[in-house]
Write a protein that binds this ligand. Structure first.
Ligand code: NDP
Length: 279
């Protein structure tokens, strides 16, 4: 019954209508979304806003965050606040979580979504770039989760991690990004086990996404993408249903299931496709 209720409420979010107040809905939920100035994070913020949540969004660019927060308020967010933060610095993740917890009086959802810039090209040997991307895409996720866990334990809340098929299935020309997503998946899968073993009430969802039509992704490849709004809705649904793992679009699950069946042909195909898709 809860699944149907959440499904109906989320359908309302997709069609842009205001969700009704109901148990199982996200109305009033206290949500922190990272990387919410553009792309999937921006769409996540709008989904939560349409469902009447209280939203804190974060990224680096204040002027863009201001506009997204204003739109969240128009869409029906009970609260729409922003806080700037650079996830490449070690002090900002805990400062951002503290802001959200203080302003919202606690936290129900921590949605980890931001990523630093990277290019779609063969690895150039730039170790500095890999280290920097690890800081933004991985270590800041660990810091944010660690800072938020005490509040999430109190609220029986959720961590939602936006990850990538590339964190399960390596392809050429994305080595630094792929490394960070493998680290994210490895860390948070392990944390899932530990939360379960100590019967924690905190749920942890890892959403594995394939190519989505955000501006930054479209600069890199020519494969036909899936819409960011739909991807965001998928992530919100998986988090609210407290699923351990979710896949969007459908083919990402299939790829994960069959990836080791025939490694020789798999690698031949990947290398051929990657060569054709390089801009
Ligand atoms: P975008 O590049 O569109 O957005 C990245 C967000 O992160 C922006 O809001 C940006 O805002 C913020 N950001 C970048 N650097 C920092 C930083 N140093 N500190 C704080 N915030 C930062 O990404 P997408 O929407 O494409 O991707 C979102 C998530 O979805 C990622 O986790 C990605 O791995 C995953 N994903 C995306 C796919 C796709 O095809 N798009 C496919 C698979 C997974 P600002 O510049 O203002 O700081």
């Amino acid at each position: 019954a809860k699944m149907l209720l959440v499904g109906a409420t989320l359908a309302a979010a997709l069609t842009g209508t205001r969700a009704t107040c109901s148990a199982g809905s996200l109305r009033g939920a206290r949500v922190l979304v990272t990387g919410a100035s553009t792309g999937i994070g921006e769409q996540l913020a709008y989904c939560y806003a349409r469902l009447g949540a209280q939203v804190v969004i974060t990224a680096r660019r204040e002027n863009v965050l201001q506009q997204v927060a204003r739109r969240c308020a128009q869409l029906g967010a009970q609260k729409a606040l922003y806080v700037t933060g650079d996830m490449a610095t070690t002090s900002d993740p805990s400062r951002v979580v503290k802001f959200a917890v203080d302003e919202l009086g606690g936290l129900d959802y921590l949605v980890l979504n931001h990523i630093g810039r990277y290019s779609f090209s063969p690895w150039s040997g730039d170790v500095h770039h890999v280290r920097g991307l690890m800081e933004v895409n991985f270590l800041s996720y660990v810091q944010l989760a660690s800072a938020a866990l005490p509040s999430l334990e109190k609220s029986k809340g959720s961590i939602v991690v936006v990850s990538s098929l590339l964190g399960e299935f390596p392809t050429p020309f994305t080595a630094p990004y792929t490394a960070t997503k493998f680290a994210v998946n490895g860390f948070f899968c392990t944390l899932q086990h530990e939360l379960a073993m100590r019967s924690s009430d905190v749920s942890l969802t890892i959403s594995i996404l394939g190519l989505v039509d955000t501006e930054s992704a479209m600069e890199k490849v020519r494969v036909v993408p899936y819409p960011a709004g739909e991807a965001a809705l998928h992530v919100v649904r998986a988090g609210s249903l407290r699923q351990k793992e979710s896949f969007y679009p459908w083919y990402t699950h299939l790829v994960c299931l069959v990836r080791d069946w025939c490694p020789f042909f798999r690698d031949v195909i990947i290398q051929k496709v990657a060569t054709q898709d390089t801009p």
